[in-house]
Design a protein around this ligand. Sequence first.
Ligand code: SF4
Length: 321
Amino acid sequence: DNVLYKAIDIKKYYLASKRGTLETLARKPPIFVKALDGINVDIKKGEVLGVVGESGSGKTTLGRILATLEKPTSGRLIFMGTEVNDKNTIQVRKHIHMVFQNPMTSVNPRMKVKDIVKEAMKDKSEEKVKELLAEIGLDYNYVKDKYPRELSGGQLQRVAIARALAKEPEFLILDEPTSALDASVQAQILNLLVDLQRDRKLTYLFITHNISVARFISDRVIIMYAGKVVEEGSAKEVISEPLHPYTQSLLNSVPELGKKELKPPSGEVPSLINPPNGCRFHPRCPFVMQTCKEREPPLVEVNGRKVACWLYETNWKKATS
Ligand code: SF4
């Protein structure tokens, strides 16, 4: 069917560093940070799937796992119908590229722009480099002999995007690619990404903590909280009429496009070492009920989208009976 990438029951547990003397450490059992705790995602060919959450929600870990930069602790990844395993990771990686928040970390500071781009290209002719730079809005003659430090943040992010496109991937994972930029530059880069996605028929996973940015760029969104997906559906529906109390709280504090920080709901982001029992959002939820503290709500379909919240249990039962 139309699914490009399928992630099934992905878990990622990291070993947390322990503190203590050698003697006490030896007696302590290992402590795990549960960065992702059972994530299922279908990414359809040609769509922009937004992944929204605060820091600590697991969204970057999910991106890195889908980019095959990290291995999940358990779960399955199926890319273009093929199960990703140790033997074919390099093959799979040819179709996927990740763009990071800080472009400085993804380019070699000692290389000239033209060489940074050329190095990644299949066809390394000057003409092709020129064409690609024009497509991402940079003048070849202006940037070719410049070093990364001589470019603005926006120009450098364009170079990082050119590098990502040079490999002609099917799927781009964009991890907060505009969060470090000024508002006006942020809008330019978002517009560029929209044009590239349409013209090159790309599929995007767009990771952001900014729900306005997610609304602008995404066809569908998943909302993540403490290593779990709490809501999933069309960007328009989820953002205009959120069902999950966490999504509602994100929208109550929505900043204008360009303003950097989203004001998260009051209360602490939960520990991923000992996440709260039941619904992980319950210590911060204005609608918390007794059952929320005891039982974890499954992600179930409600009105054409998915939501993990006991408030919708009756709708769920109706839908499945
Ligand atoms: Fe709030 Fe309960 Fe729904 Fe969790 S399950 S979001 S605590 S109402």
